[in-house]
Design a protein. Structure first.
Lengths: 889, 319
């Protein structure tokens, strides 16, 4: 038997080992060449690591985008062993669509920065090659310089206005609408074919092609950078319903009533009321959705609602006339809907826009004026930084591949395009070209020898340390692999197989102080939202099952109670404990926001912003050497003040009858229970609650609320959490907003616009006034008006119009307004800032940044400015020389 | 048997059609992912859905789907953001199938003989320390999910010892030594559970069979223990083991979402989950039809195989 078993085991092992080879065939080498794209980085190496291949498959691109696939040798060795410089990156999701007309997500756009070049590009100001125009220190700012363009754009508004009435440039406009752009004649595709004005015009026509319905089409007409008539061409032959609350914001008074009794815009567009049609004001939901969910009788003025439903057409809209308007006001004016008045009505309007069919592309604001010259005509005035910023991207496509990639989907009216979805369909015009690609596995880029930047003498920089001049793009190749698990990324990084590793919570204790750890802030500030909606709170207290002898909710609405909370937590300690990659958050606007893109100046660094924090945290600036010192002293934690305020809150609550002290022990009989609105339970949330409660216990010691305040997790609310919070049906949550990093002013809308406010039900921004002295004039407006005026809307107060938008007021005035609004909103204590979002990543010792300081626009220079301590073979030697082959960080 | 098989096949086709129809409708009933209110791309997404016919009645859409499949064998083109955008789903699926099949096949070919061998050993040594050791180990191994082995293997064999790469090799030369070597961690991760499963099944069956009276008869006829075990006991055990083997072989097509992800194997494991999350209708339906068909075929094969393995079992008999 023993002999049998031994034989059996041997057979098993032999079988297991040999079988795989039995099916093997000889590897086939790849005999084709690849062409491909590339591009260039804008940003630093990433939170996710990478790894690298050394070679592999390939397909040969051929005219028309067809591909000839052959098998290739396999590559598994993680480290390149040549004398070149390979950047080894990783992603969790590999892009399969880097077509600049159709990509949708950040993951998809990964290759775009390598394969394309914008008309203009950002460069560090090194005071030698790219001199700063604003006096900032070397590498503290940036310069925008031509790339695919040959020169900066030339404003020819007057000329175009006279010659091309089809673009509808306003008669009073003298600048900012039309620009002549000379193109770089040395720019070519990776195969050497020229890129000229025809390329740009053809590509824009395809981008806006109404048949293709490209995802990126609206990017060129729906924002500040809007090409004239692009919208009409893109939507030709269709009827769209524009969300008035998110667009023109027409009130009834702005509209024209025609003979049919219905209202129209001055342009003649019919107006509707959205009944069963989602609007942004309701987060994409409709009035009908709420009626279905909660019962129309309980939330709306039912007579009005019934009339709206009767008047509704098949698409869920009712024509706007006096009757339906009155019905709308009745509907939204009900108690159950928060007694909204007429000023809210515009949020429910829709504007019907009918687009002319067979629209001629010749009317779109882009045309060729020379072999290497185009003219761009804009729908809205744009100039300076924002114009150039919008032209740092590009829309051009390689015509043969693009045409070959078009395909109708079945018998439907929809088309798709396989352009830039694999190696064979990709054509680069950036600093790198794609040379290998395997779907869902990896992609490789190598230098594009035909990129003009390698020979134009402009892509060089002066190193701030040694003063020597270097060529940008030292990286020879970039390999990006899919590595799904962070634990794998970490091991690979420590083995030298990846260039970066984004720290996870468990890593911070070990690596936070590493000199290779780089902090990257991001825009979001996370704050605790505090429920103050007394109606909802009373309703909850009155509900069956709520024992008012044991619990209380009303106390949390007291200002003193909230103020106490605001100084109960050390923000930095909170961040370190809960989410080490983040830092403490102190204001409503984070440290990443730049108020002046021209100089890169940050809002949080201004005196106005600093003073706002001092005001909120009750810091007496006069007791400090400077405003900076006063701000630096802020931790968010002031236990003595917190105790005092909690005692004050107790007295106020007793007086108001919210709580009782029947036994006269000087302590509350009730526990103030604060429900944390949980979207879904998680370790992070549990840690957060644990921290909040633990710290609260400490601060409450010796106060009448000792052991009498509790924050507890709700049942999971899923995606409904924000509606629950807004309705006052839950009490607090750690949440945040992310806005445009280049426009902190726009954030005020989030805190003053009822359609966006979390606290709209208990903070009326239109009832809260603010008085500021501007240019010697004392102006009083409500917060909403200040916010609107700050963001470019002409606001009329006392028959005088105010507009403090970009270009309408000096930046200092705008900062004063922004800081005043921030102070005012913070003063409601509806939002208590807790965390500044950010990330920390380790950078491989193989490379270093030319500048360590993070720049919100330039990052740390990305691939362009990345330098190497070791080439690939030297790096292998270095890693192997480390103990256990593991690099220490 | 033939009549029974034909009946089963016809029933299978009907079941397949019903399941496909149900899944087709259910996936379309899910509310489409929404962009943030006010996002200018919302109109594009909605217009594309309209153009793709996704707003037509479900059964009309199902009819179009059937027509495309039966007249052109056209399974559709994915139109959602992600790994499949703009690609015909059938070629994409087929492209990703080989690594999935091979890794799982290697795992099974490696696991079955070892699992059966351990099962036999434990059964033959019933109630000895060997049996206890194998049984205990089997329980432990079965209880630990495969991804735990994956991380342990990565840590010890790839990180600490440096014997194996962290990830599967790049490229499509599936049958090279380099590719196989890079798959070893994944194969090992997948194998532990399978080995334990076969060990347990084999031991349980064989233990029972070895105590049967016919085994005593076999020994009294003069057969050695090994002869009796192999010729008689194992043959009876196969009634249970063989269908399990069939089931495992068929399962190789489904891949392993987690293991493929950890070792960066570009297989089909992720496709199904991603297609549901992204509401990638064409890919979802293709995979639904494929896996449903596989499951149904597997059940027929297993059922029919009983008749071949044990002549005493007759299928479809009315008597």
């Amino acid at each position: 038997m023993k002999k049998f078993l031994i034989c059996l085991m041997a057979l098993v092992l032999v079988f297991a080992m040999v079988l795989p080879f039995a099916s093997c065939k000889a590897p086939v080498t790849n005999d084709e060449t690849t062409t491909a794209p590339q591009d260039e980085p804008t940003e630093e190496p990433s939170k996710t690591p990478t790894e690298e291949p050394s070679e592999t498959p390939s397909e040969t691109p051929s005219e028309g985008g067809s591909e000839d696939t052959t098998e290739e040798p396999v590559v598994y060795l993680p480290l390149p062993n040549g004398t070149g410089y390979t950047y080894k990156d990783s992603v969790t999701v590999l892009s399969s669509n880097w077509n600049t007309h159709t990509y949708q997500t950040t993951d998809e756009s990964y290759p775009v920065s390598f394969l394309t070049t914008g008309l203009y590009g950002f460069f560090f100001n090194d005071e030698e090659i790219y001199k700063s125009t604003n006096g900032s220190d070397p590498y503290a700012g940036y310069v925008i310089a031509p790339e695919m363009a040959a020169e900066l754009p030339v404003d020819i508004t007057e000329e175009v206005k006279a010659a091309h009435p089809e673009f509808n440039i306003p008669s009073e406009a003298t600048a900012g609408y039309a620009y002549k752009i000379a193109l770089n004649p040395n720019a070519t595709w990776e195969n050497g074919e020229a890129i000229n004005a025809d390329t740009y015009v053809y590509s824009m026509e395809q981008l806006l092609n109404p048949v293709l319905m490209n995802y990126r089409g609206p990017d060129y007409f729906d924002g500040d950078f809007a090409i004239a008539n692009a919208r009409n061409y893109y939507y030709q032959g269709t009827t769209n319903y524009t969300d008035n609350g998110n667009g023109n914001k027409y009130a009834l008074a702005d509209l024209v009533k025609r003979e049919d009794g219905n209202y129209y815009t001055a342009d003649g567009n019919a107006m509707y009321i959205a009944v069963y049609y989602g609007v942004s004001y309701l987060d994409g939901n409709s009035l009908g959705d709420y009626a279905d969910a909660y019962g129309a009788e309980s939330i709306y003025g039912i007579d009005g609602w019934n009339k709206l439903v009767e008047a509704m057409n098949d698409e869920g809209m009712a024509v706007l006339n006096d009757e339906t308007y009155a019905a709308l006001l009745t509907t939204i004016g009900a108690d159950g809907w928060g007694n909204e008045d007429e000023s809210y009505a515009f949020n429910y309007f829709l504007e019907e826009v009918v687009y002319e069919d067979n629209y001629d592309f010749a009317n779109v604001g882009i045309y060729k004026t020379g072999e290497y010259e185009i003219v761009l005509v804009l729908e809205k005035s744009l100039s300076g930084f924002y114009l150039l910023y919008n032209l740092t991207g590009n829309w051009i496509v390689y015509q043969p591949y693009y045409e070959a990639g078009k395909k109708q989907i079945g018998d439907t009216d929809a088309w798709t395009n396989s352009y830039c979805s694999d190696l064979a369909s990709t054509m680069s015009y950036g600093p790198y070209k794609m040379t290998e690609y395997q779907s869902g596995k990896y992609m490789k880029f190598e230098k594009n020898d035909n990129w003009f930047g390698y020979t134009d003498g402009k892509h060089i920089y002066v190193d701030p340390v040694d003063g020597e001049t270097y060529t940008m793009y030292q990286t020879d190749s970039i390999v990006c692999q899919v590595v799904a698990e962070s634990s794998t990324r970490k091991l690979m990084f420590l083995k030298g197989e990846l260039m970066g590793y984004g720290l996870q919570s468990a890593d911070f204790a070990e690596y936070r102080n590493s000199d290779r750890a780089y902090v990257t802030p991001s825009e979001t500030i996370f704050f605790l939202i505090f429920n103050g909606y007394m109606d909802a709170i009373k309703e909850r207290e009155a509900s069956e099952g709520f024992d008012t002898t044991k619990y209380d909710l009303e106390t949390m609405t007291l200002n003193s109670f909230r103020r106490a909370f605001a100084v109960t937590y050390d923000k930095e300690n909170f961040a370190t404990t809960i989410s080490p990659s983040r830092s403490g958050g102190y204001g409503l606007i984070g440290t990443a926001y730049i108020y002046d893109p021209e100089t890169g100046s940050r809002y949080r660094d201004t005196d106005q912003a600093k003073q706002a924090l001092c005001d909120f945290y009750s810091v007496d600036v006069s007791k400090f050497e400077s405003l900076d010192a006063a701000v630096d002293s802020i931790t968010g934690y002031d236990p003595e003040t917190a105790k005092t305020l909690f005692i004050q809150a107790y007295n106020e609550a007793i007086e108001a009858g919210y709580i009782t002290d029947a036994d006269g022990d000087g302590k509350s009989d009730q526990t103030v229970r604060i429900e944390y609105c949980s979207p879904a339970t998680s370790d992070f949330m549990k840690q957060t609650l644990n921290y909040l409660n633990t710290q609260l216990l400490k601060v409450l010691e010796g106060t009448p609320f000792e052991g009498k305040i509790e924050i507890y997790e709700s049942a999971p609310y899923g995606n409904e959490w924000s509606n629950i919070i807004k309705a006052g049906m839950s009490d607090t949550v750690l949440a945040g907003w992310q806005g445009s990093a280049l426009n902190p002013f726009s954030l005020t809308d989030l805190y003053t616009n009822p359609s966006k406010q979390y606290d709209a039900k208990w903070f009326n921004s239109q009832a809260e006034t603010l008085t500021l002295t501007i240019d010697g004039e004392e102006i009083t407006m409500n917060l909403k008006q200040w916010s609107d005026a700050l963001n470019g809307t002409a606001v009329t107060v006392n028959e005088k119009q105010y507009n403090f938008g970009d270009g309408k007021a000096d930046v200092n005035t705008r900062l004063n307004i922004l800081a005043a609004i921030e102070t005012k909103v913070l003063g409601t204590y509806n939002y208590i800032p807790m965390l500044q979002d950010g990330s920390v990543a380790l950078l491989s010792k193989q490379v270093f940044y030319v500048v360590d300081e993070y720049n919100p626009i330039m990052g740390r220079g990305g691939i362009a400015y990345m330098k190497y301590n070791y080439n690939d073979s030297e790096w292998i030697d270095f890693v192997n020389a480390q103990e256990g082959g593991v690099v220490k960080y | 048997m033939i009549k029974y098989t034909i009946q089963r096949v016809l029933l299978m086709l009907m079941t397949l059609l019903i399941i496909t129809c149900i899944c087709f409708v259910l996936i379309r009933m899910l509310p489409p992912a929404t962009l943030p209110p006010g996002d200018p791309h919302t109109a594009v997404i909605e217009a594309r859905r309209e153009a793709l016919g996704y707003n037509k009645p479900y059964l009309v859409q199902f009819g179009i789907f059937l027509k495309d499949v039966f007249t052109r064998f056209d399974w559709g083109i994915s139109d959602v953001s992600g790994e499949t955008f703009g690609k015909e789903v059938l070629p994409l699926f087929l492209e990703k199938l080989p690594p999935t099949i091979l890794v799982n096949l290697y795992s099974i070919l490696f696991s079955i003989p070892i699992g059966i061998a351990f099962g036999i050993w434990a059964a033959l040594k019933k109630n000895s320390w060997i049996d206890h050791a194998i049984s205990t180990l089997t329980m432990v191994v079965v209880s630990v999910p495969s991804f735990v082995y994956a991380f342990l293997i990565q840590y010890f064999l790839s990180f600490k010892l440096g014997w194996l790469p962290f990830l599967a090799a790049n490229g499509t030369n599936w049958f090279s030594w380099e590719m196989f070597r890079s798959w070893i961690p994944a194969i090992m991760s997948l194998s532990f559970g399978t080995i334990a499963g076969f060990t347990r099944t084999t031991r349980a069956e064989l233990t029972e069979v070895l105590t049967s009276e016919f085994m005593l008869l076999a020994r009294t006829k003069g057969l050695t223990r090994a002869q009796a075990t192999i010729r008689h006991a194992m043959k009876n055990c196969m009634v249970v083991i063989l269908p399990a083997i069939f089931g495992n072989f068929i399962g190789v097509l489904s891949g392993s979402l987690i293991i493929e992800g950890i070792f960066s194997i570009p297989g089909v494991g992720k496709l199904y989950l991603n297609s549901i999350n992204a509401q990638d209708y064409p890919m979802f339906i293709l995979l639904t039809v494929f896996y449903t068909a596989i499951g149904l075929v597997a059940s027929i094969v297993v059922d029919v195989s009983y008749g071949f393995i044990d002549p005493r079992i007759r299928m479809g008999s009315k008597k």
